[in-house]
Design a protein around this ligand. Sequence first.
Ligand code: SAH
Length: 340
Amino acid sequence: MKDIYGMTHEDLEQYFLALGEKKFKATQIYEWLYEKRVQSFDEMSNVKKSVIASLKQDFYFGKLKELERLDDVDVHKYLFELSDGNKIEAVLMNHDYGNSLCVSSQVGCNMGCAFCESGRLKKVRNLETAEMVEQVLQIEKDLKKRISHVVLMGIGEPFDNYENVISFIRILNHPKALAIGARHITVSTCGIVPKIKQFMEDENQVNLAISLHAPNNELRNQLMKINKAYPLEVLMPVLKEYIEKTHRRLTFEYILLRGVNDSDACALELAKLLKGMNCYVNLIPYNETSHFEYKKSSQERILKFLDVLKKNHIQATIRREFGSKVKAACGQLRSNYEEG
Ligand code: SAH
């Protein structure tokens, strides 16, 4: 038995062909699942009995259990329980351009970034494709709002769960499924180079964001373990190749940590590193957590850092802060829930 929400359109076509049925049935099923949003196979009234019987035998309708929802201005944070009892989070943000959902891709994370709450719980397992799709479906249902943008920036490293993440993107993007345009989907990675290369071949219309957080290896090694495997001299040429091949603008995320990576010298070094690339930098005010010593940079410092980048012709913006009241930093809700 499989969760029906994990099936890409292509998977379903293959399924029907193997049953000796026409593959257009995949579209029919998708209309029931994603347009009419039915919750059982019995409601699929234009599908013949024998097919319904097969579907019932082979698939189930998975469901995340909503444990908690916290609301703040323009943000809703959800804690879900998976069927095996593990817990994950998703955060919905209302922007003027639409509703953007931040989705988790793993239970825990093995990347071990020094400042990140998610990594305090080591990876327990990857999320199934269906468990990612269901985050979108449940929140749309709960809020009675359509989600227009999806970012894979919740708990987990998407490129450490590559296949399931790609299937998830296919379902997000399919016109008969969630119909979210590729340019409204963003995958964020700490920099797993072989997977960035693969992604450039597989999904060249989806936005890619790189968590950079430091302009040199010395600092990046301190903050992000992954830099030891794929240091900047390995990462940067691949990103340049990505931009050249996909003609897409790349996003760099840069958390500002007080006294660590927020000096003018760091900004200047960052500008040099990114010079000439079709990219922009998203400066992230650090969301402080009680488990780490790191502090957020002052507003004044953040503005100065931005100014240095701009003067050096690097496009940059400061990320709007959402819901510090609702513990919106990755993994904070889960760890508070589990640790009391
Ligand atoms: N593993 C992926 C995606 C998940 S994290 C990645 O590393 O890109 C999404 C973003 O939130 C990353 O840039 C991460 O570094 C950042 N982040 C983690 N903890 C944070 C915190 N406390 N405050 C602000 N941003 C944080």
